[in-house]
Design a protein around this ligand. Structure first.
Ligand code: BGC
Length: 349
């Protein structure tokens, strides 16, 4: 079985990736500058700081302690910080950022940049713009200021961080979905990018397709004409495995699902085949901004899933960020002050 799976991996990927044995895999970067191409390949192994700054009430549930920050710096090259900016800004069209909140993010960004990490600053969970139910303690805003607020948030963030290292990367919006159709998102993303470009002419910006950054929607993304972009996608396939029993899924999925059968492996490889084809066709480098599994799955399966996805990404020269550090998806347990060893090995060994 193992040999068969390995063969499947090789067949699926080697025909598409422009690599040969012994070389470090590189993606097609014909649409971007050499610097952006280098950054895309330098991102390497990364982690999401999940449930730290993107919950409606930030801070209480999964705080970023100095010890956790050290662990991150010692083990990952890139840190993606999901932030619920829109709930920490005025409800009005100007979306004036809550300064105390923004200063907390500044401190984390600056410490990570000082340590030499790449930092991806991501606008996460703008629920209302997708037509999603609001979380408890999340305030509603008038529908006609929804898009303007997103643009205003980016205007402020872009100004605020304009002088920072080029290792700071902006990600315009996590997982657009629901009412954010492809055509609406294509227009909004391009407007947000042009606002960022007024103060940050060459900083790398990440943009991803609709349907929760699903790889199959890459073709519906109109990438703005700009040579400093990286395009992101997320992979939670096979979803019945990664999200079994997760309470936040609208119709909770049955538990007891293992991973990874030949079919499930093929499903994962298919995701990366689609990614590789799109990269070859467009010349925009790709980034795997999220992948992971909820802790209702058995640990052996979770480790197999994690290793399969990570290996597939690395074979194509695609940098990745695991979801996440220390929630129920996490690779580390703050309570036990220990790694979940099988997951750690699946990411690094
Ligand atoms: C969401 C998290 C969720 C994860 C896996 C992220 O984008 O923000 O709330 O746990 O995806 O579904």
């Amino acid at each position: 079985m193992r040999i068969l799976v390995a063969a499947l991996l090789m067949m699926g990927l080697s025909s598409l990736a422009a690599t040969s044995i012994g070389e470090v895999p590189r993606q097609n970067c014909s649409a971007v500058t050499p610097q952006t191409c280098d950054i895309a390949h330098a991102l390497g192994r990364g982690i999401n700081l999940g449930s730290m700054f993107e919950l409606a009430s930030v801070g209480a549930k999964n705080p970023l302690s100095p010890d956790l920050l050290r662990l991150v710096v010692d083990n990952f090259k890139t840190v993606r910080i999901p932030v619920r900016w829109t709930n920490n800004a005025a409800p009005t069209a100007d979306a004036k950022l809550d300064e105390r909140f923004a200063e907390r993010i500044d401190a984390v960004v600056d410490e990570l940049l000082a340590s030499g990490r790449y930092v991806i600053l991501d606008l996460h969970h703008y629920n209302q713009i997708f037509g999603d139910r609001l979380d408890k303690s999340e305030f509603p805003v008038s529908d006609d200021v929804l898009e303007t607020r997103l643009l205003k948030v980016w205007e402020q963030l872009a100004g605020r961080y304009a002088g920072r290292s080029q290792r700071l990367i902006f990600e315009l919006l996590n997982e657009p979905h629901g009412r954010m159709s492809a055509s609406r998102w294509n227009t909004l993303a391009s407007r947000a990018l042009s606002i960022v470009r007024r103060t940050n002419p060459t900083r790398v910006v990440i943009v991803g397709p609709v349907f929760w950054n699903n790889v199959r929607e890459l073709p519906s993304l109109t990438v703005p004409g700009d040579r400093n972009l990286i395009v992101t996608f997320h992979n939670y396939e096979p979803f019945e495995f990664t999200h079994q029993g997760a309470p936040f899924v609208s119709r909770p999925l049955p538990t007891g699902i293992t991973c990874c059968s030949l079919d499930q492996t093929a499903q994962i490889i298919n995701v990366f085949n689609q990614a590789a084809i799109w990269n070859v066709q467009t010349g925009y480098p790709l980034y795997l901004g999220e992948f992971g599994s909820f802790d209702t799955g058995d640990m052996t399966s979770r480790a197999t899933f994690t290793r399969t996805v990570r290996t597939a990404a690395e074979q194509l020269g695609i940098g990745w960020a695991f979801w996440d550090l220390s929630t129920s998806f996490g690779v580390y347990s703050p309570a036990k002050q220990a790694w979940h060893e099988p997951l750690r090995r699946a990411l690094f060994d």
